[in-house]
Design a protein around this ligand. Structure first.
Ligand code: NAD
Length: 366
């Protein structure tokens, strides 16, 4: 099969890490008989330099014509880069916000997976970690408190600020369907997180989740209050498969979940609309402090490419091959600098490698 992949290399380490993900995709294509046709899309600082805009209408059209988009990262050093002297709507990050809006990306998926070999980076106790955990947080991205009406005013000489949290049933239904679809490709369990003991929006959330769940008899589901979910994530993370939640709860819980896995260089992510299209990117930024040094960890971007194969192209076997190759590389002791053992840990069998070597090693193991 032929797949059209829009590629946003972006700024900083972006081009370095995306280059390695393409290398791994090409190895998959060769082994399984697919071709990935790449279409380079300008976004971020590099687009500002060339066109004066962080994202042009032409670039949006290119993304819309792609089957999926693979992205590195955008932005520069926010203290020193001239991009940050521009008005906010002209800065690199405005390009990403505009792209998300234009493509109607309302769902964000962030897996949190603990590799056996990187257990030492996990701040949890050994008995809690056990043989590791593997969960994914599905967060609503375009509604809720962050997008509701807000107001700051003075009432009787006292300053007062108001934010509103609104969801309609359609917004809840479309993300719930996404979460259950993802669960079907995983261990078939959804934990829907809300605050239904207090919030009306959460009570509606619960009702809609229960309606959607009827269409997925194979998926088991439960409701959990957000305060309990925050505790359970550090007390017993193994219990979770897919966590489904609204925008603000998801913002907080996805950061908590990613912290318990260790390095930022390992965390992939995806954003979806209601088609098979997805925007796949590492969770980290453009890391201007290490850009151009050839030491960035490409694994999060490579794992994002694996998610693209699984969720946009339904190439599960091929996605497994990438994830297996990453596990093999780690098992064999290969590490980029950010995931090297910490002080006091054994260096036995560990080999430090750069961005390109890590890409080569993973591609060879496909
Ligand atoms: P950052 O994620 O770029 O860097 C934080 C730290 O993590 C740095 O020390 C960096 O070296 C390290 N790091 C990040 N990715 C790594 C990798 N793959 N391998 C090894 N180490 C890695 O966050 P920041 O410094 O706050 O932001 C830098 C720029 O990135 C800013 O312009 C910010 O706006 C932008 N940003 C972009 C995105 C995106 O493109 N989606 C996301 C977050 C931040």
């Amino acid at each position: 099969m032929e797949y059209k992949v829009g590629v946003i290399s972006g700024d900083g380490i972006g081009p370095e890490i995306v280059g390695e993900a393409k290398k791994v995709l090409d190895a998959v294509g060769k082994k399984y008989g697919h071709s990935f046709i790449y279409d380079d899309i300008l976004m971020g600082g590099c687009s500002i330099d060339k066109t004066g805009e962080p994202l042009t209408d032409g670039a949006i059209e290119q993304a819309k014509k792609s089957d999926a988009v693979l992205m590195g990262s955008i932005g520069g050093n926010t203290a020193t880069s001239p991009w940050y002297k521009l008005p906010p709507e002209k800065r690199p990050e405005a390009g990403l916000l505009k792209l998300r809006k234009s493509l109607n990306l309302f769902a964000n998926l962030r897996p949190a997976y603990l590799y056996e070999e990187l257990k030492a980076a996990c701040p949890l106790r050994e008995d809690i970690i056990g043989d590791g955990f593997d969960m994914a947080i599905m967060r609503e991205l375009t509604g809720g408190l962050y997008f509701g009406e807000r107001e700051t005013k003075e009432v009787n000489g006292v300053r007062q600020a108001t934010d509103t949290l609104t969801y309609n049933e359609e917004e809840i239904r479309r993300i719930t369907i996404k979460a259950f679809d993802i669960a079907m490709k995983r261990r078939k369990k959804v934990t829907s997180v809300d605050k239904a003991n207090v919030l009306d929006s959460s009570r509606l959330w619960r009702n809609v989740v229960e309606e959607v769940a009827k269409d997925y008899p194979e998926v088991s589901y439960e409701h959990m209050l957000v305060d309990n979910a925050a505790m359970q994530l550090v007390k017993d993370p193994k219990q979770f498969d897919v966590i489904l939640t609204e925008n603000m709860f998801g913002d907080i819980l996805s950061d908590e979940a990613s912290m318990v896995t260790g390095s930022i260089g390992m965390l992939s992510s995806a954003s979806f609309n209601d088609t098979k299209f997805g925007l796949y990117e590492p969770s980290g930024g453009s890391a201007p402090d290490i850009a151009g040094k050839g030491i960035a960890n490409p694994i999060a971007t490579i794992l994002s490419a694996a998610m693209m194969l699984r969720y946009s192209f339904d190439l599960d076997k091929e996605a497994d091959a990438i994830e297996g190759a990453v596990r093999s590389a780690l098992k064999e002791g290969f590490r980029t600098i950010d995931i090297m053992p910490q002080k006091g840990e054994s260096l036995d069998g560990i080999k430090q490698v750069g961005t390109k070597e890590m890409g080569d090693i993973i591609a060879e193991r496909i």
